[in-house]
Design a protein. Structure first.
Length: 197
């Protein structure tokens, strides 16, 4: 009877896994990309690419340096133009005022000694001093004349007389400099080389 049951219900064979063979061999060994495995590196091509990149970097660096230099020159030029404009406008204003200052200066020089201590006279002298301080802040200075050698860049000779040749013997109208440049030439008398009597 037992033999009959064995023939009617044959047992299915149990698969035996080999420990040396992975269960999913395809999952552990992915197919290799033939395009990457067969690709080779060309050192000459890499060197060429490196040189091209280096040249591009140098070109960009030089361009940036030129741009910075141009910007610095532009700023310098703008500052110089601004400075020249300020000098021009300052000079124009003071050229209009200087004749008034000349008259004021001559009037103060003619004040008699006996009233120079008068408070009103002292007030006028203080106004003159304030004006001179304003000119100094504007970089306007009075030229030296008497005893100096005549220079047509700074002086205007309106008369000649006895005295050392080409030396200024008298100042008829003061001259002024604006930042070292002639704002108004001094009107002077120049020696002609004849001995003074």
């Amino acid at each position: 009877m037992n033999d009959k049951q064995n023939t009617q219900n044959p047992q299915k064979p149990i698969p035996v896994e080999d420990e040396n063979i992975p269960a999913d061999q395809s999952a552990q060994t992915p197919p290799q990309d033939q395009s990457t495995t067969n690709q080779t590196v060309d050192p000459a091509a890499l060197q060429q690419d490196l040189e091209a990149a280096t040249k591009q970097i140098d070109d960009l660096t030089n361009t940036a340096k030129r741009a910075l230099a141009d910007l610095a020159n532009y700023r310098k030029r703008v500052e110089e133009e601004k400075s020249q404009f300020v000098r021009f406008t300052t000079g124009g204003v003071f050229l209009e005022i200087l004749p008034i200052y000349d008259s004021f200066e001559r009037a103060i020089a003619q004040i008699p000694e006996e009233i120079k201590e008068n408070e009103w006279v002292k007030g006028m002298a203080n106004i003159k001093k304030q004006f001179e301080q304003t000119m100094e802040r504007a970089k306007i200075t009075k030229m030296k004349t008497v005893g100096e050698k005549f220079d047509p860049n700074f002086h205007e000779a309106v008369a000649q007389g006895p005295g050392e040749k080409d030396k200024i013997t008298d100042e008829l109208e003061a001259g002024y400099l604006l930042d070292g440049q002639t704002l108004r030439p001094a009107r002077v008398k120049v020696g002609n080389g004849e001995a003074q009597a």
